[in-house]
Design a protein around this ligand. Structure first.
Ligand code: ADP
Ligand code: MG
Length: 740
């Protein structure tokens, strides 16, 4: 049966405008099991015909039937598949992968075989083949450590690994001395005897004599087709060859039976990657080996990514640190502060009485806000009074005299005391007459003396100074924040302002209505010389008494100040507080809130815009440096594709399809970028650690950045590796093999 059938095969090369006709209609058929020598002068078109036979190239005219299937019209990838399944190639120049062991070279075609041979099985087969060609002890040698004959034997093993039915050899002995040539040719004879069809190209009649049939080509046409005498090549025309092979005598080089010991012997380093090799998919193995072979270049190309990622990581860590510090310092200005005032009411005649005209906020509200609202970090009640402070012969009127709890300092981010201590919760419970003063008050009352333990009088109530607050300066509206006196709210409420200030109404709003009307008339009546004496105790009707049993002391506070846990949580905190207060104050949907909540929207905006700016800047710098790193990778990958053109051609010749090549180069780029990224992360973290350690800048590690850096470096690998990989995959196998 015919394995190969050529009908009128023509091949014309087109060099721009010029046509170079090489084959002018070649018809021949080769049966299974033949050993054919294609002979002809140099330039007669032997290699061209061979490439067509090997499905590396397609003819410009005619039909090529291989094993009953027409080949000339197949697409490149389909031809590649035929090559892996049916054809083994042996080249004049061996075409072994440099810096790759014999074993790996032999295994290579199986990576592209659709048969999915396991790596273990592939190695076993390769070992067996190398043993048969007498190279059992050269398995770990790389081509540069082997003689030409040994290299060609490795190449023959490679051609046989996927068990082809056809072996094509283009001048397989062209680069070998005559003694080695005989060894190689005997090997082909032996293969042929095992049933493999062999086609040899040669210009040397001595080589052709080893075949059973010789086809001569001249000027693109078959000149002669003759069957050789079925005798051993040694008895043929060449005396020299006979002499040499005779001298070699009994040394049977060709394909000895495998020795069991060599095949059984396994070494972990076969794949070049240790145990990892057999676990990885072929593409990864190939890519990693390619990188391993070029460590220096791989390192250099990854350097761009390493530096980029390191810079990004270091910058983000430092940036995050300063951002957090900035955020904290803006927060200490009160950006996260939320103030709750008791609401305004509109009386029956439609006159709005302004903020605070109803007293609704209680210290319990404050406590519950701090306890129940997750977005609120802390909260403190505030009772305001304005009064003269006297100490000895000096006096002053602070802008703020506040009754509050120790939590107030946390709300205001006022954690440091300059002297002494803040008063305690116990002082609040006991309405102790203690206070802390701001720096301005201290200056005006005590000058350079320490005020701790001294007494000051607030509205004629003596307070002992227990602490001095640290300086805060003026706030955004120019108010001196240090002109302040803080005391327990209970003390201010019940000992200072309770007796003096009219607006701290100690009764519920509903019950005060009647007295207010009375007060209104009394104020507006000009005829009354003496205003009615104010009733100290409010009058209550009997129904009112029954409805609301007298609460012992309904304590209200003027204001509650709270702090959200972060600037982003302010809205959430407001929502939580609103619903909590409405619930606590029994307000049903149509009714409006009886309190008002204010936040520092302006300051929050400044804060978020400044931190936003910083993040954006960092991102831009990160992007640019990664881009530079990526361009570096692309550059070197492109160089490497050019440099490895022959390798690519070879891989394609033994059956790699374009997606194999594309994937291999993509994986190389991604591995480069990933390892660069990993190293970069380490270096970046190291750098930020050094910065924190030496320069003492705040840094903040973030897992998100590290994950992003890894993801982005993979992306960079894919994006910038794609073009070179695509270019490689589009190479034409023959052109690539010829590339110098
Ligand atoms: P040989 O018989 O020595 O192997 P080839 O088949 O390699 O000869 O080449 C046959 C002819 O085809 C030569 O004249 C060569 O110049 C020409 N040729 C081969 N390959 C190409 C090509 N890619 N483009 C143009 N001409 C080519
Ligand atoms: Mg040639």
């Amino acid at each position: 049966m015919d394995l190969i059938c050529l009908k009128d095969i023509c091949k014309t090369y087109y060099l721009g405008e010029v046509e170079v006709p090489v084959l002018h209609g070649i018809s021949l058929s080769i049966r299974k099991g033949e050993m054919v020598a294609l002979m002809g002068a140099s330039g007669s078109g032997k290699s061209t015909l061979m490439n067509i036979l090997g499905c590396l190239d397609h003819p410009t005219g005619g039909e090529y039937w291989l094993d009953g299937r027409e080949m000339s019209s197949l697409a490149p990838n389909e031809r590649a598949l035929v090559r892996t399944e049916k054809i083994g190639f042996v080249f004049q120049s061996f075409n072994l992968l440099a810096r790759t062991t014999a074993l790996q070279n032999v295994v290579m075609p199986l990576d592209y075989s659709p048969s999915h041979t396991s790596h273990r099985e592939a190695r076993r087969r390769a070992r067996e083949l190398l043993d048969r060609v007498g190279l059992a002890d050269r398995i770990e040698h790389v081509p540069s450590q082997m003689s030409g004959g040994q290299q060609q034997r490795v190449a023959i093993s490679r051609a046989l690994i996927s068990r082809p039915s056809l072996v094509l050899a283009d001048e397989p002995t062209g680069n070998l001395d005559s003694h080695t040539s005989v060894e190689i040719l005997r090997m082909f004879q032996r293969l042929n005897a095992e049933g493999i069809t062999v086609v040899l190209v040669t210009h040397d009649p001595k080589v052709a004599a080893f075949a059973t049939r010789t086809i001569r080509i001249a000027d693109g046409l078959i000149e002669a087709d003759e069957t050789n005498a079925p005798v051993d090549a040694g008895t043929a025309e060449s005396g020299v060859w006979r002499a040499e092979s005779g001298a070699d005598g009994g040394s049977e080089v060709a394909l000895p039976e495998p020795s069991a010991s060599a095949v059984a012997q396994e070494s972990a380093s076969d794949s070049g990657l240790g145990w990892l090799g057999s676990l990885l998919p072929a593409t990864w193995r190939t890519a990693l080996n390619a990188l391993r072979r070029n460590k220096m270049r791989a390192g250099l190309s990854a350097l761009g990514v390493i530096i980029a990622v390191a810079a990004v990581i270091a910058m983000t860590e430092i940036g995050q640190g300063s951002k957090a510090m900035l955020q904290k310092s803006i927060a200490s200005m009160g950006a996260n502060t939320i103030m709750i005032f008791s609401g305004s009411t509109t009386n029956s005649t439609g006159v709005n009485k302004g903020m605070g005209s109803v007293v609704t906020l209680t210290p319990q509200d404050c406590r519950e806000i701090a306890r129940q609202c997750p977005a609120v970090q802390c909260a403190a009640p505030l009772v305001r009074t304005r009064s003269q402070i006297v100490c000895g012969n000096k006096n002053c009127v602070p802008e703020q005299v506040y009754g509050t709890t120790p939590d107030y300092l946390e709300v205001r981010d006022w954690k440091k005391m300059e002297l002494g201590q803040m008063f305690t919760e116990r002082d609040v419970l006991n309405s102790n007459k203690v206070c802390v003063i701001g720096n301005t008050v201290r200056q005006s009352l005590f000058g350079k003396q320490s005020p701790i333990g001294k007494e000051i009088r607030v509205s004629n109530v003596a307070f002992r100074v227990v602490g001095v607050l640290s300086r805060k300066g003026a706030n955004m509206v120019g108010m001196d924040q240090d002109n302040i006196v803080l005391a327990p709210w209970t003390t201010i409420k019940f000992r200072v302002s309770g007796a003096t200030l009219a607006n701290t109404n100690q009764s519920a709003s509903a019950t005060s209505e009647s007295s207010e009307t009375a007060a209104d008339t009394s104020v507006n009546t000009l005829s009354d010389l003496y205003p009615k004496t104010k009733t100290f105790y409010l009058s209550r009707t009997t129904t009112q008494e029954a409805d609301r049993p007298v609460s012992v002391r309904f304590t209200n506070v003027d204001q509650i100040v709270a702090k959200a846990i972060s600037d982003k949580k302010i809205d959430k905190a407001i929502k939580q507080m609103t619903s909590l207060l409405r619930q606590r104050h029994h307000i049903r949907p149509p009714a409006e809130d009886d309190f008002m909540i204010r936040d520092m929207a302006e300051m929050t905006k400044v804060m978020s815009s400044s931190t936003q700016l910083m993040s954006t800047l960092l991102l831009v710098v990160a992007m640019i440096s990664l881009l530079v790193g990526g361009v570096g990778i692309m550059n070197i990958m492109l160089v490497s594709v050019t440099e490895r053109t022959r390798e690519i051609g070879l891989r394609m010749a033994v059956g790699a399809r374009s997606h194999h090549i594309l994937r291999q180069f993509l994986v190389e780029a991604v591995v480069l970028c990933l390892s660069g990224g990993a190293l970069g992360i380490l270096m970046g973290r190291g750098a930020s650690f050094l910065v924190r350690w030496i320069v003492r800048w705040p840094t903040q590690a973030s897992l998100a950045t590290i994950i992003a850096a890894v993801a982005v470096s993979v992306l960079v690998g894919v994006v910038f590796g794609f073009y070179p990989a695509w270019k490689a995959s589009r190479l034409d196998p023959i052109e690539a093999l010829r590339y110098e």
